[in-house]
Design a binder for this molecule. Structure first.
Ligand SMILES: NC(=O)C1=CN([C@@H]2O[C@H](COP(=O)(O)OP(=O)(O)OC[C@H]3O[C@@H](n4cnc5c(N)ncnc54)[C@H](OP(=O)(O)O)[C@@H]3O)[C@@H](O)[C@H]2O)C=CC1
Ligand SMILES: O=C1OC[C@@H](O)[C@H](O)[C@H]1O
Length: 398
């Protein structure tokens, strides 16, 4: 089970009549994230159909396709690795009946398969983090631009109106300048095995695992987005990693990071953990699951609870130093597209399709934001005394 499996997004499952020329998406990997990030949102988008999945294992691929109503399966052993063995994934990305490739593979494979899809002339929606290195991200956006294709890192949270509302409150100036931010994304140890597999892709260095690449990109994106500092890498003042038992030297189970926000003396502190131990005598008292951010400003504070899955439930508490506070919950944009039931992924899909269709999306997660996010991730690992995630061996073709 993963965190999104427990969310009540079922309201999104009503069926629509699709456009006859709807964009045909193919997913690489019979991935756990597929249903929440693409299949459910696609059900309410008239211009999206999911038509194919590539999977290493034939039986599992077929079961996945059947379960999620995906008409075509490309599968066979070792679909993603080796010179000739990647044939099934390559068949999907080069298939003339696919318009968009959705890359839901482990992080360390994102670069190669995004490049292969772009080389084949396909638009690409890539799971977060876009790549293992900032240089790889630059290559992706350069190729996408050269080919006139859309490539988007699926950093879905920044598409949701709740996070836009926090940014709007800060930008309005009602509470003055930002002084500090503190953010958490923490899974307590007692429930961690429910969300992460024993041998999870997140715990493999060669696959780009680690708490910073997996969990850390969310608080990082939130901090940068709400403080409008998402076009430059953040300076990392300090970063302390706790090693994961599977590979303690290279994989971080937890990270404590302090960033400097640009053009100000404000700092942002982040705590992330795949499996936070209990506290108190013998660590017997369990910790709470935490997904929140507190922004302190000159004139008060803003707290957002659940900036990662705000469609399930969230609240924004605004506490001015003078006067009374308030709570807000924001599920739609005023006068914009969207519905109460739309998840972060659904808003993201709307924007992605708008972009592919040549319309201006109401919001876009720009290439510069992805590149500078990855520069920051590299800085965090270096500061923490760990090797940044390894670059892919894949070289652009042609
Ligand atoms: N946007 C979001 O909210 C979320 C995003 N993610 C991101 O999505 C991506 C996939 O995560 P998730 O769905 O949890 O992952 P899964 O564990 O489901 O793995 C995804 C796919 O990767 C392939 N795979 C697994 N292990 C290996 C391996 N050792 N070598 C090569 N391929 C392998 C499998 O392909 P096959 O089916 O062919 O066996 C699998 O289907 C990650 O980048 C993650 O960061 C994840 C969760 C939430
Ligand atoms: O949304 C998420 O929550 C849990 C993580 O492990 C996952 O990769 C992430 O995207």
């Amino acid at each position: 089970m993963l965190i999104y499996d427990i969310l009540p997004f079922c309201v999104q499952t009503q069926r629509l009549i699709k456009n006859t020329s709807a964009l045909r998406f193919g997913i690489l990997g019979a991935a756990r994230i597929g249903p929440e990030a693409l299949f459910k949102p696609a059900k309410t988008h008239p211009d999206v159909v999911v038509t194919a999945v590539a999977c290493r294992d034939k039986t599992r691929g077929q079961q996945y396709a059947q379960k999620h109503d995906i008409p075509r399966t490309f599968s066979g052993p070792n679909a993603y690795h080796g010179k000739s063995l990647h044939i099934y994934a390559q068949k999907l990305v080069t298939d003339p009946d696919i318009d968009v490739v959705y890359i839901a593979l482990p992080n360390g494979l994102h670069f190669e398969w995004t490049m292969r899809a772009l080389e084949a002339g396909k638009h690409v929606l890539v799971e977060k983090p876009l790549t293992n290195t900032a240089e790889e991200a630059r290559q992706i956006f350069a190729l996408a631009e050269e080919k006139g294709l859309v490539a988007l890192e699926a950093l879905h949270t920044v598409f949701h109106p709740a996070n836009h509302r926090v940014r709007e409150i800060i930008q309005s100036g009602e509470l003055g300048k930002v002084k500090s931010v503190v953010s958490h994304f923490i899974f307590p140890r007692f429930i961690s095995p429910l969300f992460f597999e024993k041998d999870d892709v997140r715990f493999h260095y060669d696959l780009g695992g680690g708490s910073m690449t997996d969990l850390g990109v969310y608080p990082l994106a939130e901090i940068r987005f709400v403080t409008s500092s998402d076009t430059v890498p953040l300076e990392v003042i300090s970063a302390k990693a706790v090693g994961h038992p599977k590979d303690p030297e290279r994989i971080d189970r937890a990270m404590h990071i302090v960033y400097a926000l640009p053009n100000t003396d404000a700092t942002a502190e982040v705590n992330i953990d795949f499996s936070a131990p209990g506290w108190g005598p013998f660590g017997l008292l369990p910790r709470m699951m935490r997904i929140d951010a507190t922004i302190k400003l000159e004139g008060g504070s803003i707290f957002i609870y659940n900036f990662v899955m705000p469609a399930a439930f969230h609240f924004i508490r605004v506490t001015p130093k003078k006067g009374s506070g308030r709570f807000e919950q924001v599920y739609t944009f005023k006068g914009g597209k969207g519905e109460r039931s739309w998840s972060t992924y659904r808003y993201q899909l709307e924007a992605f399709v708008d972009k592919v269709r040549g319309r201006t999306p109401s919001f876009w997660h720009e290439p510069i934001s992805s590149i500078s996010e990855l520069e920051t991730v590299e800085r965090v690992y270096t500061k923490a005394g760990m090797q940044p995630r390894p670059a892919s061996a894949y070289k652009r073709q042609g």
